[in-house]
Design a protein around this ligand. Structure first.
Ligand code: BES
Ligand code: MN
Ligand code: ZN
Length: 501
């Protein structure tokens, strides 16, 4: 879909459809009033007769409104004016796009960007509208033989801004949103791909395709043989039960000066997590194809930052692996030596993410990173703590934790901090090795992060647990592409990309 901004009055628009808001109860927005005036009360008459209450998300499509140049007018319920919040705004935009897609307008001009959303400016409203629009038209049809796409999909959406002065800001918002949407889309596509297709090799092929697409990107691939030489024994142990080779891809975005310290992202890429010998219950086990969403989000962020051409150096690590039960698989009781030299007693082969990540986190020391952020569907406990709405942020570095939470606020990609105090470290003590891979039931998300913290002492580090946010179940089943918006925002901030003038 194509997007644009303009500034004009509604009666002068000549488009397939113009989109205007109506508040509850039956109150016209300024723009709707303007149309009502030139149509000699056509709209207010309809509303008076009870055709539209104005409840958030209500839609009423009108054809040939008298004296209006556009073919159609879509009235959109926006709820009570004073209660219009971010979430409602995004929902209204998404619903609008769906409706336009179904009703055959190939082009539309929207005045919803003129609504007042508390605490948010024009940049935010345009950017979120574009992101929400892309979100609402997303579908994963690659593996369907009958595609069933809309006959006349919406091709172009133009957002109207109240003054010409705001046009550059709106254009910037569109550019940023498009870059983020591209990253979100690749993250979703790769995540939704089934585990018989999306294996570690597939992840590395996606990394290859991405690095071929942009001049700023370079790729290095580490296979099992190389991991062996590097001493990545815990990473290798997790993949040993699988016929699919473990592969770690390292994508570099050379946006800054040569020699400038890079920002490093490390994504958990378990293309299927059966639990291994500590096998998972079969209920919803299919969802463990999503255990590579951290890696997919790294691909997504690399796409976004390359698209934005951020003037900083960024390295994205895609840690691909599959956890399967097998005669050759690692077992509970095994003691393994990590790349760092520290030893780990395996108490549960289903706590595999931290075993893959710890070696990947040691590996990235060689880049002398400015900071490192890992992204992982690491613990079921995170879903219990925060549900599906917020990504967990854990860091011993307060400024970094704050910057991440701020970026999540800015991008409306929710995140919440959990503590990472030393007190929790005792839970992963082992009588037989330097630590165990299991912290018990209390504070499972925190003890998993405690484990990782023992491998990140040489640099500034934060951990994102996306077990709740990376995908949805039920009727909305599918990957979300989170936290691509938050991380892209974080890196935009680091690159001093100004949002406001
Ligand atoms: N990939 C899972 C975590 C997970 C589970 C994410 C369900 C989303 C939904 C991870 O590898 C895992 O199995 N974690 C265990 C750790 C436990 C054995 C310490 C868990 O959370 O149960
Ligand atoms: Mn597991
Ligand atoms: Zn896992």
């Amino acid at each position: 879909m194509e997007f644009g901004v303009k500034s004009g009055s509604p009666e002068k628009q000549r488009s397939a459809c113009i989109v205007v808001g109506v508040f509850e109860p039956r109150r016209l927005t300024t723009v709707a009033e303007q149309l009502d005036a030139i149509s000699e009360g056509y709209i207010s008459n309809l509303i008076r007769r009870g055709d539209l209450e104005g409840k958030a998300g209500q839609m009423l499509l009108l054809h040939h409104v008298p004296n209006v140049l556009s073919e159609r007018v879509l009235l959109v319920g926006c709820g009570k004016e004073r209660e219009l919040n971010e979430r409602q705004y995004k929902q209204i935009v998404a619903k609008t796009i769906k409706t336009l897609n179904e009703t055959g307008s190939m082009e539309a001009v929207s005045f919803l960007t003129e609504l007042h959303v508390k605490g948010r400016d024009t940049y935010w409203k345009v950017r979120q509208a574009v992101e929400a629009a892309n979100e609402s038209v997303y579908s994963f049809l690659q593996l369907k033989t009958k595609k069933g796409e809309p006959r006349r999909p919406l091709r172009k959406m133009v957002f109207n801004l109240s003054s010409r002065k705001e046009l550059p800001l709106g254009e910037r918002a569109i550019d940023h949103a498009e870059a983020i949407s591209k990253g979100v889309k690749i993250a979703k596509d790769v995540s939704n791909m089934p585990p018989n297709i999306c294996n570690p090799k597939y992840l590395s092929e996606q990394a290859t395709l991405l690095s071929q697409e942009y001049d700023s990107l370079e790729l290095d691939v580490i296979n099992e043989e190389k991991m062996e030489q590097l001493g990545m024994h815990t990473y290798l142990a997790v993949g040993r039960g699988s016929v699919n080779e473990s592969i770690m891809s390292v994508i570099t975005h050379n946006g800054g000066k040569a020699g400038e310290r890079p920002y490093v992202l490390v994504g958990k890429g378990l293309t299927f997590d059966s639990g291994g010998i500590s096998i998972k219950p079969s209920d919803a086990m299919d969802e463990m194809k999503y255990d590579m969403c951290g890696a997919a989000s790294v691909l997504g962020v690399m796409q976004s930052v390359a698209e934005l051409n951020l003037p900083i150096n960024i390295i994205g690590v895609v840690a691909g692996c599959e956890n399967m039960p097998d005669a050759n698989a690692y077992r509970p009781g095994d003691v393994l030596t990590t790349m760092s030299g520290q030893t780990v007693e395996v108490l549960n082969t289903d706590a595999e993410g931290r075993l893959v990540l710890c070696d990947a986190l040691t590996y990235v020391e060689r880049f002398d990173p400015e900071l490192v952020i890992d992204i992982a569907t690491l613990t079921g406990a995170c879903v219990i703590a925060l549900g599906k709405h917020a990504t967990a942020v854990l860091s011993q570095h307060n400024p970094l934790a704050h910057e991440l939470v701020n970026a999540s606020e800015q991008s409306s990609d929710k995140a919440w901090r959990l503590p990472l105090w030393d007190e929790y470290q005792d839970q992963i003590e082992s009588p037989f090795a330097d630590m165990s891979n299991l912290g018990g039931r209390p504070a499972g998300t925190i003890t998993a992060a405690c484990f990782l913290s023992r491998f990140t002492r040489k640099y500034t580090w934060a951990h994102l647990d996306i077990a709740g946010t990376a995908w949805l179940g039920g009727s909305k089943k599918g990957a979300t592409g989170r936290p691509v918006p938050m991380l892209t925002q974080f890196l935009m901030n680091k690159a001093n990309i100004a949002i406001d003038e």
